[in-house]
Design a protein around this ligand. Structure first.
Ligand SMILES: [Zn+2]
Length: 202
């Protein structure tokens, strides 16, 4: 059996995030949501639902700026503000982060002080906005150990998710969250791209 981790960036937002949660609940699958702090502040109830459903959470920073363009202090603040709003809703802070645009280097990683998680399979939902193309990419590219990048702010993603899940299940993929994929053994100053691609920043 192959393993795959579905990850959803940029929420929580009304409409698409609740639809995605409903699909995941119906399929009995847990995913990982990379939380945009400003959106958590605006829609805490949706995060609360995701938490009650048993999903995992990473920090996608507070205001979604490219961290490689920021000073160390600003990077720390982006993470700290997100920790604060997430903590108010679920009583815990995200233990890893997904850098906006995937922009991360050794300096950013060090300032963030926690593991970075990017992806190995980009659904390109942010680019195509097209359910058929999103499904086609996943059908063509899905491999054991992949971390799949999707966005819970994209209507096409919410629409196509049931088909994505059906395809992966029919092809013997088992769904895991990011903490499950790495069995809780994640370290700061490391970049996790997939189960088989982990880079240590020097
Ligand atoms: Zn993003």
């Amino acid at each position: 059996m192959s393993k795959i981790a579905l990850t959803f960036d940029d929420g929580p937002v009304p409409g698409t995030t609740p639809t995605i949660l409903k699909t995941l609940r119906a399929a009995g699958i847990h995913a990982t949501f990379m939380l945009w702090g400003e959106h958590v502040q605006q829609h805490p109830d949706i995060l609360k639902q995701a938490y009650q459903d048993g999903h995992a959470f990473g920090s996608h920073t507070f205001s979604h700026r490219s961290l490689t363009e920021l000073e160390d202090q600003q990077i720390k603040q982006e993470l700290a503000r997100t920790d604060q709003v997430v903590m108010q809703v679920i009583g815990d802070k995200p233990q890893f982060f997904r850098p906006p645009y995937g922009n991360v280097d050794a300096r950013v990683s060090h300032a963030a002080g926690r593991p970075a998680v990017t992806w190995s399979l980009d659904s390109e939902d942010w680019k195509s906005h097209d359910a058929v193309l999103i499904l086609a990419r996943i059908v063509r590219l899905a491999q054991d150990g992949d971390i799949v990048l999707m966005h819970d702010i994209q209507p096409a993603t919410a629409t196509v998710l049931p088909q994505v899940i059906d395809f992966l299940q029919a092809n013997d993929f088992h769904f895991v969250t990011i903490p499950e994929m790495f069995a809780g053994m994640m370290e700061p100053d490391c970049l996790y791209r997939s189960q088989n691609s982990i880079e240590k920043f020097e």
